[in-house]
Write a protein that binds this ligand. Structure first.
Ligand SMILES: *Cc1c(COP(=O)(O)O)cnc(C)c1O
Length: 326
């Protein structure tokens, strides 16, 4: 299997002779979404970034960032994270044989992601403070040189993440007309814009779905009050002819349900933001649309508990079961 680092080596800032730290990321499925397509009157495909090794697109950037950190002689990596960056950093650090320090804002992390970081042996510290305060502390340690910061301000993250755009252009025989994705910190939006720009054909119209209540949304992966990449991400969206769509939690959950129940795709709530945002913009009939499904549903079991019906209890009796099954 070829990884993005191998496939797109000439398009990545990799020093020759680098050992690439890989868990087999990239080459994720691109599947049609026939029911969503029929509802919107366009041709929608879903890029399942949830199929990456730790269950989110963060792995595309982390393979490059951790490889560079190793090449630079790093002894440890550090990040502040509400979840998927932590899960990914922890796994790639374990793979590289170096420690990972994970700073989590108190009580703000989805269960599956926290378990992933713990399982692979990361040093998980719960910070009494906000995400922004945790990030400031991680940055300071990065500047002191004791730890390499692998948050998305690390430029190698965006370099790695841009490979998803290359995969889309290859799979579709050119960029899609529209790219719809969640907008948290904006790093991934920047990465796709960079990838399509370097690809050199047309730039898709970028539709970025953010939480209307950024600080409190149930979609924890986009619960980011101050997007670090706001200026660059929004400039790229505007230049593409696209827009930022602010979504309520009800809109996010409706799209999450449609993906799960109508397309069989179980993602975390944030990952439904692209699909949710499409309902709020004008779309050229028949145009080719890709929605990025950023993270796997198993990461956030609490969201499922809130949004779905609990199992009924029945006796082991065929008639009772048939009646209860409806
Ligand atoms: C990180 C993440 C996002 C947000 O991406 P940004 O680059 O911060 O905009 C969205 N969904 C999931 C599942 C994520 O892990």
């Amino acid at each position: 299997m070829t990884t993005p680092a191998e496939r797109y080596r000439d398009r990545l800032p990799l020093d020759s002779g680098w050992p690439v730290v890989s868990l087999g990321e990239g080459s994720t499925p691109l599947i049609p979404a026939p029911r969503i397509s029929a509802r919107l009157g366009v041709d929608v495909h879903l890029k399942l970034e949830s199929a990456n090794p730790t269950g989110s697109f963060k792995d595309r950037g982390m393979t490059i960032a951790v490889s560079q950190a190793l090449a630079d002689g790093a002894r440890a990596v550090i990040c502040a994270s509400t979840g998927n960056t932590a899960a990914s950093a922890a796994a790639y650090a374990a793979r590289a044989g170096i420690p990972a320090v994970i700073l989590q804002p108190e009580g703000a992390v989805a269960l599956g992601k926290l378990m992933q970081a713990r399982a692979v042996g990361a040093r998980v510290l719960e910070v009494r403070g906000t995400f922004d305060q945790a990030l400031a502390a991680a940055r300071e340690l990065g500047e002191r040189g004791t730890h390499v910061l692998v948050n998305s301000v690390n430029p190698y993250r965006i370099q790695g993440q841009k490979t998803a755009a290359f995969e889309l252009a290859e799979a579709l025989g050119g960029p899609p007309d529209v790219l719809a994705l969640p907008y948290g910190g904006g790093g991934n939006t920047r990465a796709y814009a960079l990838g399509f720009e370097e690809w050199g054909e047309a730039m898709p119209r970028i539709i970025a779905g953010e939480a209307a209540e950024r600080a409190t949304t149930l979609a924890s992966a986009i619960r980011i009050a101050e997007p670090v990449h706001r200026a660059e991400a929004e400039a790229a969206i505007t230049a593409s002819g696209g827009s930022v769509v602010s979504l309520t939690d009800d809109e996010l959950l409706a799209a999450w349900r449609e993906l799960a129940e109508r397309e069989g795709v179980f993602c975390e709530p944030s990952s439904a933001a692209g699909v949710a945002a499409l309902a709020r913009v004008e779309l050229e009939p028949g145009s080719r649309v890709v929605c990025v499904i950023t993270g796997h549903g198993l990461k956030d079991p609490a969201a499922v508990e809130r949004a779905t019906v609990a199992p009924l209890q029945v006796d082991p009796d065929p008639d009772a079961i048939a009646a209860a099954a409806g």
